[in-house]
Design a protein around this ligand. Structure first.
Ligand code: HEM
Length: 248
């Protein structure tokens, strides 16, 4: 529920801020919220970014919809179509993201660029396996790979939650330089959310579901509750400090 609600807010922010700027023809407004949003003369880069950001809305809304058991049970055709659109969207967003990272990225943020590029590889790999398992009607494998795709594609969402929760807790930037947006905290956060933490927690959840004793599932439940509270704090921080002021 925390992820669904947070991603709904994220897509509302993207639609109003970026979509609003496209509708009014004021694409330079993108630069108020992104360091290198609209770059005059860089047609390919601007087109890649526009595609990337507009697809982001489909990803944030579609991923949540796929998780609702009632839709899977009662509207299987909708689940299949949203699934196809979602898988294609995450792959396209990852490819456009890779292009932007390696054509526009700053050398000072190299560790973050490496982490998010690994994230792109993980997203595409998980999406391919999820799709193949669905076509082979291997639904237990499909469920696992689809959940991995969802969490890997949520990496950029978790990154924003992590940055703003950290800023709120420390009452300012600690462990990174706000001018260059680089430093040890951001490097650790990037590898954590893009590569390790969500997928490791998910694997723990799969293992706990198979566990025979009572302690494995209990420990995993506590871990998931803690991660949910962290996410809740992150959603509240990023909404208060970035999304709501940008929309207003
Ligand atoms: C698949 C899920 C993804 C979603 C939903 C997503 C969403 C977004 C959104 C909404 C923005 C606009 C910035 C903002 O307002 O927060 C953005 C920017 C950007 N994204 Fe993604 N993204 C995804 C994956 C990726 C990947 C895998 C990469 C890199 C390999 C990437 C690279 C970028 C870059 C370079 C920017 C430009 C702004 C910046 O420098 O931070 N994205 N993305």
């Amino acid at each position: 529920m925390v992820a669904l609600f947070g991603q709904l807010l994220f897509s509302l922010y993207v639609t109003l801020v970026y979509g609003g700027a496209v509708v009014t023809g004021d694409t330079e407004r993108w630069n108020h919220v992104m360091p290198r949003g609209y770059v005059p003369g860089d047609t390919a880069g601007n087109a890649a970014l526009m595609t990337h950001v507009l697809i982001a809305v489909l990803i944030m809304l579609g991923g949540g919809l796929q998780l609702l058991p009632a839709i899977r049970r009662r509207l299987p055709a909708l689940h299949r179509w949203v699934g196809r659109v979602y898988m294609i969207s995450v792959m396209l967003a990852s490819l456009a993201g890779l292009y932007l990272t390696w054509t526009r990225g700053e050398p000072s943020r190299m560790p973050q660029h490496i982490a998010i590029s690994l994230n792109a590889i993980i997203i595409v790999t998980c999406a391919v396996f999820a799709w193949r398992a669905a076509r082979a009607r291997n639904f237990s494998a499909h469920r696992q790979w689809a959940l991995r795709t969802f969490l890997a594609a949520g990496g950029v969402f978790f990154f924003r939650l992590g940055v703003f929760l950290w800023l709120l807790i420390n009452r300012g930037p600690v462990g990174f330089d706000p001018e260059t947006f680089s430093g040890p905290f951001l490097t650790a956060l990037a590898f954590g959310v893009y590569v390790f933490v969500p997928l490791t927690a998910l694997q723990g959840y799969f293992v706990a579901q198979q566990a025979v004793g009572v302690w494995g599932p209990r420990v995993m439940a506590v871990v998931l509750v803690l991660l949910s509270f962290l996410s809740m704090g992150g959603v509240a921080s990023v909404t208060m400090m970035l999304w709501w002021p940008a929309i207003r």
